[in-house]
Design a protein around this ligand. Structure first.
Ligand code: AMP
Ligand code: ZN
Length: 114
């Protein structure tokens, strides 16, 4: 049984500001927002990074993205747009080893990726 930070948040053992939840997905506010809207979307299943997804996770990855669209509509950022970011591994700056997608919005981020 995994006991990483985000597993504890999903179980409610560490507090978070919940934005969305369904059978497979949990979303909450990032504790150090980099933009007016900064949400983390995670699978309830512990997967340490995008590197570790398996064929069996194909549907789950789709469900995460469907959840992202629901959250975007709910927060009203679907019209102006938003950025979805996955940091995978050291060079990308992944600090929590539980697969997560950042939704960043509420500011014009321009055309440059980094
Ligand atoms: P990453 O660098 O892609 O691994 O992103 C990890 C993110 O988790 C960072 O943006 C952190 O601010 C965020 N974070 C770390 N601890 C917490 C927490 N307890 N609640 C909410 N967000 C957190
Ligand atoms: Zn975990």
């Amino acid at each position: 049984m995994e006991e990483c930070l985000f597993c504890k948040i999903i179980k409610g053992e560490i507090p978070s500001t919940k934005i969305y939840e369904d059978e497979n997905v949990y979303a909450f506010k990032d504790i150090e927002p980099v933009a007016p809207v900064h949400i983390l979307v995670v699978p309830k299943k512990h997967i340490s990074s995008l590197n570790e997804i398996k064929e069996e996770d194909e549907i789950l990855i789709g469900k995460i993205h469907i959840a992202i669209t629901k959250i975007a509509k709910e927060l009203g950022i679907d019209k102006d747009g938003y950025r979805v970011i996955n940091n995978c591994g050291k060079d990308a700056g992944q600090t929590v080893m539980h697969l997560h997608f950042h939704i960043v919005a509420g500011v014009n981020m321009g055309e440059k990726l980094i």
